[in-house]
Design a protein around this ligand. Structure first.
Ligand SMILES: Nc1ncnc2c1ncn2[C@@H]1O[C@H](COP(=O)(O)OP(=O)(O)OP(=O)(O)O)[C@@H](O)[C@H]1O
Length: 347
């Protein structure tokens, strides 16, 4: 469990000082994956560095598994840091060391016997699926493999906390999915508490149990991923929605933007809404995913009725929330076309 209380980090002094974290309160229960998102410069990396005490907070406390790390003297702090593994963007492996030697680094520093190190490194390589790459140097590894080595190294000292700071940035979507899958698997097997810092909302939807938005050094919004995905009123909830394009509307229909507003939207909702309205319902675009067993997402529809209130009610009966896009209403366009046709006929 990680518990941050009134955490403040100020760099510099006097007029030149910058407060990056501002009396921030944040909690991650044991065994949960908390994603932290926020604009560039919001303080996400500083937050990670304060959790693993690479940066000393200016004030406030960092409590990990019941122990307040912020007040510890340097020697005890070094011991406490071993319980926190960190993975960075681009894995920061040492180029002159093989994958196995990189993973062994924290064990070497600790003076673990060579035999014990070999066995632990072998175990970790197997865990991250890279036994056959033990003797490869970083330049011989793909981005995803290097990141797996970084994760194995972070876990070398059997930490209970894993901090991932932009660990999947720069990886392609398939590699990201596999690294994220590994993080979730390790969390399940080792009961890790994970703070996952990222700016990629697709990754957040894959990895997180909870999401917090950091802005100007404070957590300004947070909640469970599933709650946020069905709460389109919140800025964080909206930003988590996948965005896709959609086809143009057909004549005689009005364009509606529909979001999954409940955790129980039936799979056949389009048929149900069509039957309920007794009007045509065209699917113009959709992005729907199952996140933690719950269907979530949004769709763009062309609906052949002008009775907005009935549409809203029919959608709500399926757990959906809908807004008509009046700028794309084709009833008006149809009228214009009819008028244009009539004028042409008259001419
Ligand atoms: N050592 C330092 N001295 C002074 N200012 C710093 C220091 N480290 C970070 N900052 C400032 O703190 C602010 C937050 O930086 P941080 O790297 O934590 O943001 P971030 O949210 O991780 O940004 P990004 O998404 O761009 O990586 C920035 O304005 C940065 O310039």
């Amino acid at each position: 469990m990680i518990s941050l209380r009134h955490l403040t980090k100020t760099y510099g002094r006097g007029d030149a000082s910058v407060t990056v974290l501002d009396r921030l309160d944040f909690e991650v229960p044991t065994g949960r994956i908390a994603a932290v998102v926020g604009p560039s410069g919001a303080g996400k990396s500083t937050l990670a560095q304060c959790i693993n005490l690479l940066e000393r907070p200016t004030s406030g406390s960092v409590v990990v598994n019941g122990e307040d790390l912020s007040g510890l003297p340097e020697k005890r702090l070094r011991d406490a840091r071993r319980r926190i593994g960190t993975v960075f963007q681009s894995s920061s492996l040492l180029s002159r060391r093989t994958a196995a030697e990189n993973i062994a680094l924290p064990l070497d520093f600790l003076g673990v016997t060579p035999q014990e190190t070999r066995s632990r490194v072998g175990e970790l390589l197997e865990r991250v699926g890279l036994t056959d790459k033990a003797g490869h140097y970083p330049f011989q590894l793909s981005g995803g493999q290097a990141q797996r080595v970084g994760i194995a190294r972070a876990l070398a000292l059997r930490p209970s906390i894993l901090l991932a700071d932009e660990a999947t940035s720069g990886l392609d979507p398939d590699t990201t999915r596999s690294v994220v899958g590994l993080v979730r698997e390790l969390r399940d097997d080792l009961d890790l508490t994970v703070v996952f810092i990222t700016h990629e909302m697709d990754t957040v939807r894959q990895v997180a149990d909870t999401v917090a938005r950091l802005d100007h050094g404070r957590i300004v919004e947070q909640g469970s991923l599933v709650d946020l995905l069905t709460s389109h009123g919140s800025r964080l909830g909206r930003s988590l929605q996948p965005r896709r394009g959609h086809a143009g509307p057909e004549a005689g229909t009005r364009t509606w933007f529909v979001t999954y507003d409940s955790t129980t939207v039936p799979g056949d909702w389009i048929q149900r809404v069509t039957a309920d309205l007794g009007a045509s319902v065209h699917l113009l675009g959709a992005s729907v995913e199952t996140v933690h067993g719950v269907n979530t997402g949004s769709a763009t529809l062309g609906i052949g009725t002008e009775d907005d209130a009935r549409v809203v009610a029919a959608l709500a009966r399926c757990g959906l929330s809908g807004t008509p896009d009046h700028s794309a209403a084709t009833f008006g366009q149809t009228d214009e076309r009819i008028l244009a046709g009539a004028l042409e006929d008259a001419a």
